[in-house]
Design a protein around this ligand. Structure first.
Ligand code: ZN
Length: 526
């Protein structure tokens, strides 16, 4: 991935005066420990009145030990993210403005990782900034090395100081993951990285215009945010009827237009790459197939006389009720009685359908347990509150046709119990209860063959997310080769996520976060 390493490379130290190849294997090579999340701010959302830390960690990828060395952090103001290399205005540099001790790296033995560097910077005015880190930046370098991989940046947006937060929600509801601000590839300034940020000051006071939310939906969002058991949505018997299955139920939209709907052209396009119109057409097709039914009082399905779809619009945030998709029940762990999945971006509906379909066919899944889909504790414009994220917490199912028949039967797996609380194996072979708090070289701690079926199912869910959701990029068509669970993970968050920052691994011991689209508000949604 390296889509943001656009700095011109220094001349490599590849040839000596005699023209003979230098033996690179005898040099240290200082690189970023995790190139996928090389430079990260310590908070998902940063305001103009806040300081923050910039975090990175070096790794000596060479075969020779390195001397102690110093890094440089330069912060550039840019008109937009990622900005152009030709138009950089440095506003802060560690050489002039920093505490040198915060940039001093110890000697690094070959194949060893350095400490997490985390100098505090800011506050800075609202705007876009590149956080550019150069490893081993001294002149001359302390460790002579190939200098082609020692510079990278992360482009972030700093928001106006938030004076509107009510701080009133006190929420402990479903989602608790916090976001980051990574990814410098955004072109529209909407790029603020992974989202769901537990910024409780945001509260529920900003339910927005322009999302087509009716008062009932807003009320339900308030309830999610508040999570007061006495303040749950009023539900009639039909809403808590857990036996209702959408598949084959005929739904509540008997329009004759449903009979003639063709398979949409984009039916197999990854959900993350769909326009919302394409996704809306798939949603209507799936309804026609009986995969689920809309809660029509909140998000109706209507056609004109020529059977063109009038509603939902591509921008509509739809509600599905009962909370059953392709025969799989979606259960919110915060209140298992809730039988409506609401505030869904149409692309997320496609994700939920495909996930349910895959898990039902592959693993006999009957129930997907989640910690939030269209609702979160973060900003009103984050990927949960705009209906574009899923916090996957586990599944219930029945294995019925396994070759090893002893594995047949009902099962229930949980991300916390069956993943987050399992021991980890360090590179030296020792096991620990959990990853060290500064560790970034994570691997998938489960063995799908040994930790069966949990390890295999979580692997399938992750692989699904790499195909359908934001994996290495949140931009449409921006995803390249799939990441794997561990140090390469980026926008799919989980118990073995590499970043030990508060928003990263610690916040995701009990769920897998996946999303479509950028984290922050979409200035120009597809
Ligand atoms: Zn999440």
């Amino acid at each position: 991935m390296s889509d943001e390493t656009t700095f011109p490379a220094e001349p490599p130290f590849g040839v000596d005066e005699g023209g003979l190849p230098q033996d690179n294997t005898q040099m240290p090579e200082i690189v970023f420990a995790n190139p996928n999340v090389a430079v990260m701010p310590s908070a998902a959302i940063i305001h103009a009145d806040e300081t923050f830390q910039v975090q990175w960690s070096a790794f000596n990828a060479g075969q020779a030990d390195s001397e102690a060395f110093i890094d440089n952090l330069t912060i550039y103001s840019v008109p937009d993210c990622p900005g152009s290399d030709d138009n950089l205005t440095a506003i802060w540099s560690s050489d002039a403005d920093g505490n040198p001790q915060e940039f001093q790296e110890p000697p690094l033995p070959a194949q060893a990782q350095g400490p997490m560097m985390q100098p505090t910077v800011g506050p800075f005015p609202a705007g876009f900034y590149r956080l550019t880190v150069t490893l081993n930046s001294g002149n001359p370098p302390a460790a002579e090395q190939d200098m082609s991989n020692n510079v990278t940046y992360n482009c972030i947006e700093i928001l106006e100081a938030d004076t509107t937060g009510t701080g009133s929600s006190g929420d402990e509801s479903g989602t608790s993951d916090q976001g980051d601000t990574s990814e410098g590839t955004g072109s529209s300034g909407d790029e603020s990285g992974i989202s769901d940020q537990g910024d409780t000051s945001e509260g529920s006071g900003s339910q927005e215009e322009g999302q087509g939310l009716d008062s009932a939906t807003v009320a339900e969002m308030e309830d999610f945010l508040d999570n007061d058991p006495d303040n749950l949505p009023a539900m009639d018997e039909s809403e808590i009827d857990n036996d209702a299955m959408a598949e084959g139920s005929g739904g509540s939209a008997p329009s004759p237009c449903l009979n003639g709907i063709q398979v949409p052209a984009a039916f197999t396009t990854p959900a993350r790459d769909l326009t919302r119109r394409e996704a809306r057409d798939i949603v209507v097709y799936l309804i026609a197939q009986g995969a689920f039914t809309l809660r029509e009082s909140w998000s109706p399905l209507t056609f004109d006389a020529q059977c063109n779809v009038l509603q939902p619009q591509p921008s509509t945030h739809v509600a599905i009720s009962p909370a059953v998709i392709d025969g799989v029940r979606f259960v919110y762990t915060g209140d298992t009685r809730i039988n409506t999945i609401s505030n869904l971006d149409v692309r997320m509906v496609v994700v939920l359908y495909r996930l349910a379909h895959m898990l039902r066919l592959t693993w006999g899944v009957t129930e997907i347990r989640h910690m939030g889909i269209g609702h979160g504790n973060g900003k009103s414009n984050d990927c949960h509150n705009t209906g574009r994220a899923l916090d996957f917490a586990g599944v219930v199912g029945v294995i019925s046709n396994a070759v090893i028949t002893s594995t047949n039967g009902p099962y229930q797996i949980d991300v916390m119990n069956d993943w987050g609380q399992k021991p980890v194996t360090m590179p030296d072979g020792t096991t620990r209860a959990s990853w060290p708090s500064d560790f970034t070289q994570t691997i998938y701690r489960l063995d799908p063959n040994v930790d069966y079926p949990a390890g295999a199912i979580f692997q399938d869910v992750y692989n699904f997310a790499t195909l359908e959701c934001a994996d290495s990029s949140t931009q449409r068509f921006g995803n390249g080769a799939a990441t794997t669970i561990g140090r390469g993970s980026r926008f799919i968050l989980h118990p073995d996520y590499p970043s030990p920052a508060a928003w990263g691994r610690p916040a995701h011991q009990n769920h897998i976060h996946m999303q479509v689209g950028p984290t922050g508000e979409e200035v120009s949604p597809p």
